[in-house]
Write a protein that binds this ligand. Structure first.
Ligand code: AP5
Length: 232
């Protein structure tokens, strides 16, 4: 598939989850995952840089009590340790490129392990960013229960990052004009191929609206999932 042009929107798909007879949408996790056989949704949160993934995740956590695992935060935490690995990661993030998946998936796995006993479900924010990342996650952890994909124009994303940077107490080291351009390019080079793997699982949400308007659509996807879990 050719890379998406920067201003070309991705078509929205309705979420249609096909369930085997007698199986709700989470039971596959009990049979195919390394997590304990409990029913815990895994929601992938996708979208370009600055589209509002983290903002929506905070609202999801407040409403549904899910565990928020942001791959960007996990990587930045490793950078803060000052380890050699952290130094390498910092260089990659600063350039706006993708960190190798063995590192990212390792951190995600560790965080899931740490929280799996008490978590009501996981928001995996910023993952997968490449087709192979999705494959590796589902093979070694569990299939995603559903995927929320937030979409906005590149200029909207750029402006949101610059606005955040201008108002931040501590500016993120990848929130520079140069890195933003590469983050956008990296995103558009990979995004179609990632979404194309899950045509019936991802729900595209228009993120050009206010935070609360966007969150209404998030609720429309997650409410039935959480209800089905309560009555499973
Ligand atoms: P990461 O930290 O995930 O950054 P990102 O994807 O570029 O996204 P951001 O965190 O900048 O933005 P966001 O979408 O969360 O928006 P936010 O809610 O903050 O990744 C950083 C780097 O780590 C990557 O470039 C890569 O190097 C590496 N990395 C991460 N994951 C990786 C992976 N899987 N594989 C390899 N490498 C990986 O909102 C932004 C601003 O907009 C805020 O100020 C907010 O208040 C505002 N805002 C939000 N929503 C709205 C709205 N609806 N209206 C108006 N303003 C809004």
């Amino acid at each position: 598939m050719p890379p998406k042009k920067l201003n070309q929107p991705v078509k929205s798909e309705e979420v249609v989850v096909k369930e085997p007879p007698g199986c709700n949408i989470f039971c596959h996790m009990a049979t195919h995952s390394h997590l304990p056989p409990v029913q815990k949704p895994i929601v992938w949160i996708l979208g370009g840089p600055g589209v509002g993934k983290g903002t929506q995740c905070h609202k999801i956590v407040a409403k549904y009590g899910f565990t928020h695992l942001s791959t960007g935060d996990l990587l930045r935490d490793e950078v803060k340790t000052g380890s050699d690995l952290g130094k390498n990661i910092a260089g990659i993030i600063k350039r706006g490129e993708l960190v190798p998946n063995d590192v990212v998936l390792g951190l995600v796995k560790q965080a899931i392990e740490k929280n799996k006993a008490t978590s009501k479900g996981f928001l995996i924010d910023g993952y997968p960013r490449e087709k192979s990342q999705g494959e590796a996650f589902e093979k070694t952890i569990a299939p995603a229960s559903t995927i929320l994909y937030f979409e906005a124009a590149p200029e909207t994303m750029r402006q949101r990052i610059l606005h955040r940077a201008a108002n931040a107490k501590e500016r993120r080291f990848d929130d520079t004009e140069e890195a933003i351009q590469i983050r956008l390019k990296t995103f558009y080079e990979n995004n179609d191929r990632v979404l194309a793997q899950y045509p019936h699982k991802f729900k595209a949400i228009n993120a050009e609206r206010t935070v609360d308007e966007v969150f209404k659509d998030v609720g429309a996807v997650l409410d039935p999932i959480v209800s089905s879990l309560q009555y499973a």
